[in-house]
Write a protein that binds this ligand. Structure first.
Ligand code: PLZ
Length: 444
């Protein structure tokens, strides 16, 4: 284990005095319901670092929740955006179209799994893409029900709150929620009965659908191929495949929410590829546009085209500045082989995290794919979640200048989502801080 520390990157405590002053303005001006994980105000980004207003260099192992995969700023994205804002910033694609929107759809149709005919539509946020995927699926099938999973996260709008599993903080007192949403068990190898296979976990879910909903009433099964906010849950091998087969046999659309997993994050363009699954529809956002707000639904042309003209859209969807940012980001992913970079991050970081799990008894599971990796904390000798320890480890990392995020239904998972372009030395340094934080906090 290395002993490098991030201390020499810090000029003040975290958050420093300038951040604390801004924090007080923020408290006066910004609604209390909008949180911040690490209240150090950012001045600029540089090569895997976020430099705050006090001059502290924070090591970014979060990428703004899996967004700035290509770097922050990324030179190609910055150039494309600069050029575009000088040409035009908006027309509304539904009023007068522009080529860049079409080009993003062409990329999405080509890059997403499956070589069948595909179409895409662009939106502003992940939640909006998920909402539209459900609209399209219901319209195309003429069926009302949508099936989602335990631990799922799909957004914060009314429909997507209904699709999201966790009450606090996402749903509490925000109901009533949209109807015809049905939740079934997820494959969660660390917490499922020992030895349960992927196909068995799929059968547990599909038999529940048949008993409680009826396959003929189901428009779509919506799933994150690797769950994000719910705890970086990687289903057992064969689970997604069996689910896809059940969907195909019952004319139910399989919708993969790849908003967090997509665009090279897991070591492939899309996480469904690891299981050889071809979804009918796929939602994307986050990493796609190098930090600009852009989201999409991509899928089977016959399904996408079922909706009448004017049935899909929005003022800003596929905004030209976001569209050129996406084209630049996708080009960077391709030319720098960022899927390969994610796989290398996995090889390096998983070895370190497994070694850490060997020397402490508070880590129940190390899991993930590519640069989407997590550690699940438990009370020693059990699978009982330890959210308190998890929060302390995250806070210790933050104090040491490393941006890590927590997640999980039980709040006991620390997740790593470094930019895919993070320099090796910086990843090494960030992991060393995490290792020290775990060992020190586990001793308390
Ligand atoms: N689907 C799989 O991961 C967004 C949300 C953080 P939006 N995840 C981060 C928070 O606390 O709000 C996400 C996701 C998956 C949908 C979404 C929603 O994407 O762009 O945040 O709307």
């Amino acid at each position: 284990m290395t002993t490098t520390t991030a201390v020499n990157r810090l000029r003040t405590e975290i958050p420093g005095p300038v951040s604390r002053a801004l924090q007080s303005r923020r408290s006066d001006a910004v609604a209390a319901g909008v949180g911040s994980t690490l209240p150090a105000f950012v001045d600029h980004g540089a090569d895997g670092l976020l430099v705050d207003v006090d001059g502290n260099e924070l090591i970014d192992l979060g990428s703004g929740i899996a967004v700035t995969s290509v770097g922050n700023p990324a030179p190609a994205v910055a150039d494309a955006v600069r050029r575009q804002v000088e040409r035009f910033t908006h027309t509304c694609f539904m009023v007068t179209p522009y080529e860049e929107y079409v080009a993003v759809c062409e990329q999405l149709n080509a890059l997403t799994p499956g070589d069948h005919a595909k179409k895409s539509a662009l939106f502003n946020s992940g939640a909006e893409a998920v909402e539209n995927a459900v609209k399209i699926a219901r319209h195309a099938t003429g069926r009302p029900a949508v099936v989602v999973f335990d631990h799922a996260y799909h957004g914060r709008t009314n429909l997507t709150m209904a699709l999201t599993a966790k009450n606090m903080p996402y749903k509490h007192r925000f109901g009533p929620f949209a109807g015809e949403v049905h939740r079934v068990p997820m494959s969660y190898p660390f917490r499922d009965p020992a030895g349960m296979t992927g196909p068995q976990a799929a059968e547990r879910a599909t038999s529940r659908i048949e008993q409680q909903v009826g396959a003929e009433n189901v428009a779509a099964v919506l799933i994150e191929p690797i769950q994000g906010e719910g705890g970086f849950v990687v289903p057992a091998p064969g689970f997604l495949r069996a689910l896809a087969d059940w969907c195909a046999a019952n004319d139910v659309l399989l919708v993969a929410d790849e908003i967090q997993t997509g665009f090279c994050r897991t070591g492939a363009w899309f996480a469904a590829e690891h299981e050889g699954v071809v979804p009918d529809l796929i939602t994307t956002a986050k990493g796609m546009a190098g930090g600009l707000p852009l989201a999409a639904v991509t899928g089977r042309a016959d399904v996408m085209d079922a909706v009448h003209a004017g049935g899909l859209g929005g003022t800003y969807g596929g905004n030209p500045v976001a569209a050129v940012a996406a084209l630049a980001a996708i080009d960077t992913m391709r030319s720098r082989d960022l899927a390969g970079a994610a796989a290398r991050i996995e090889a390096f970081a998983v070895a370190r995290l497994r070694a850490l799990a060997e020397v402490t008894n508070v880590i129940g599971d190390v899991r993930g794919r590519g640069a989407m990796l997590a550690v699940e904390f438990v009370r020693p000798g059990s699978t009982e979640p330890d959210a308190d320890l998890t929060a302390r480890v995250a806070a210790a990392c933050h104090r040491a200048g490393v941006v890590v995020l927590t997640c999980g239904t039980y709040g006991n998972v620390i997740r790593l989502l470094p930019p895919l372009v993070i320099p090796d030395a910086l990843l090494d340094e960030g992991l060393a801080v995490l290792e020290r934080a775990v060992l020190e906090e586990a001793r308390r």
